[in-house]
Design a protein. Structure first.
Length: 146
């Protein structure tokens, strides 16, 4: 099933990091469902939520402390019986998968917000090595007559 792609505005962090980014349709649909649940939580809360449009909040609508998020996600992984995965590990996986799929590195750089192509290629050079190996295997097969 193909999902409709969407965009999101990343407004947190330094001014230079603020940008509009594409989202997988699957992610956009999950975020829309989350927004509905979040609106219900805000409506049911005994405490008025602050008037900010945060995606992830505490039960009273305030920003989630990064350390609390890390502990909570570690607990979720433990309860699910899967290895602990940090949020940044998911970003790394996304970049690695995009490069493995042959997506132009400049496009990947734009998606993840790296300031320079060198950053994308230096951090994820192992993907390029794997692709080089595959390319040389294909060349070897061609020259070997297979």
């Amino acid at each position: 099933m193909r999902h409709q792609l969407a965009t999101a505005v990343l407004a947190a962090g330094p001014e230079r990091s603020r940008r509009t980014v594409p989202l997988l349709g699957l992610c956009a649909e999950a975020l829309k469902a989350h927004r509905v649940r979040q609106a219900a939580e805000a409506a049911d809360s005994l405490h008025p939520w602050p008037p900010v449009a945060l995606v992830f909040t505490t039960i009273v609508g305030t920003p989630v402390d990064p350390n609390d998020f890390s502990r909570t996600s570690a607990r979720w992984c433990r309860e699910a019986g899967v290895p602990r995965v940090r949020l940044h590990d998911l970003r790394h996986t996304c970049v690695s998968l995009l490069l493995t799929l042959g997506v132009n590195p400049r496009v990947v750089m734009e998606i993840v917000g790296h300031s320079a192509l060198e950053m994308t290629m230096n951090v994820y050079a192992h993907v390029a090595v794997d692709q080089q190996r595959e390319a040389l295997n294909r060349l070897d097969d061609l020259l070997d007559g297979e």
